[in-house]
Design a protein around this ligand. Structure first.
Ligand code: FES
Ligand SMILES: [Fe+2]
Length: 381
């Protein structure tokens, strides 16, 4: 199906739900024992299996757009250094010197030809090769060929840089994304610009993630923010292996009743959320703004850090355009920080009380159900 037909088909499905007050549904409700959210041992095992042994989208390609650009970041307890080489290829390394392990670059972004360790000034190039050592003649012999930075498997697809956090392990990005790569490519992430980026503390991994995967809470929790624009409890869902594409309806869907389908402008009436397992959500891509959320588990089961990136289709040049982008950015910050994560904190705070032995996912929350089934599948494999 070409893109236009695909968008029309999604809009048709959303409009049908709008008219009938329905939504895509799972076969049945699903119950999840509370231990899945709270047990520390289970948490460690799941985070280890899922976050350390599956590819994660760690950055947008536009975060390291040019040769020599780098970005250093702490991901879970792994220090990562992403570098775009002079050959244009993005590579990932452990951000640790091979002399005695000092952190090479402070977290943040920049541009460099040579990466020099702050401790004793060993220096590495854009490919991670050890190129010089301070006072090498006094130090003694070191085989430079075996003392390059430790590389992590890295691939770039659909405007995202994917990395596997365990050294020595590899992945096939095309296998991992399957057909979903075409979905992600339609977003043309390489064409956007970063307007704002921030990190938000949030509730535990699963509590936080659940909120990205359903529209059931949109009217009640987000009535004053993102819910103003969407039809609550309306979801059109497509799955691609572990990944999911959610379509939410916009309030303007009602206008379609009087419009012949040939005149529909789908982009006005639905909003897509691309959810890549396990922790990336790209939301609201239609229109001029987009929110990219990466949710990273914290040291314990009850905390996460979310990296929120607001993208603009074109960097604002007028005061009016800047105000519109600022408004979008403030709205998504409020929705996530003051609504989703605020409620999430209350969930997290109550998990140990015995109020719930299990959480239940409704038939109208099929993407949440799929997410938890996918976790279970990887834990079995
Ligand atoms: S730890 Fe990096 S040069 Fe010594
Ligand atoms: Fe939400």
């Amino acid at each position: 199906m070409n893109r236009r037909d695909e968008m029309h088909s999604l809009t048709r499905r959303a409009f049908a739900h709008f008219k009938n007050g329905t939504t895509d549904q799972a076969e049945a409700t699903m119950s999840m024992p509370i231990e899945a959210y709270a047990d520390p041992g289970r948490y460690r095992r799941e985070v280890n299996r899922i976050f350390l042994h599956l590819p994660l989208a760690l950055a947008l390609s536009i975060e390291i757009p040019a040769a020599g650009n780098y970005r250093a970041m702490q991901v879970l307890d792994v220090p990562v250094l992403l570098i775009r080489g002079t050959d244009g290829k993005a590579r990932a390394f452990l951000n640790a010197c091979r002399h005695r392990g000092a952190r090479l670059c402070d977290p943040g972004a920049g541009s460099a030809r040579v990466f020099t360790c702050p401790y004793h000034a060993w220096a590495y190039n854009d490919r991670g090769a050890l190129v010089s050592r301070y006072a090498a003649d006094t130090f003694g012999d070191v085989d430079h060929a075996t003392h390059g930075l430790t590389e992590l498997a890295c691939a770039e697809r659909a405007g995202l840089v994917w990395v596997l956090l365990t050294p020595g392990e590899t992945f096939q990005i095309d296998e991992w994304l399957g057909e979903f790569v075409h979905e992600l490519e339609t977003l043309q992430l390489g064409q956007w610009s970063i307007f704002e980026q921030r990190e938000l503390p949030g509730p535990g991994w699963k509590v936080a993630l659940d909120g990205y995967l359903e529209a059931y809470h949109h009217n009640s929790l987000h009535g004053k923010t993102v819910g103003k624009h969407t039809v609550g409890n309306l979801l059109v869902l497509d799955t691609y292996g572990p990944h999911q594409r959610l379509a939410f309806g916009r309030r303007s869907l009602g206008e379609l009743a009087d419009t012949p389908e040939s005149e529909w402008d789908p982009e006005k009436h639905i909003r897509l959320i691309h959810s890549t397992f396990p922790n990336l959500s790209i939301s609201g891509i239609l229109g001029d703004h987009c929110l990219v959320s990466q949710i990273f588990p914290g040291a314990t089961a009850d905390v996460t850090t979310t990296r929120q990136t607001v993208l603009v289709h074109t960097p604002p040049t007028t005061a009016e355009a800047r105000a519109a982008s600022e408004m979008f950015s403030a709205m998504v910050l409020q929705a996530v920080q003051d609504e989703d994560y605020k409620v999430g904190a209350t969930i997290q705070g109550g998990i140990h009380t015995g109020a719930n032995k299990a959480f239940v996912y409704g038939r109208n929350e099929p993407a949440v159900q799929n997410y938890h089934r996918t976790i279970a599948r990887f834990m079995r494999d």
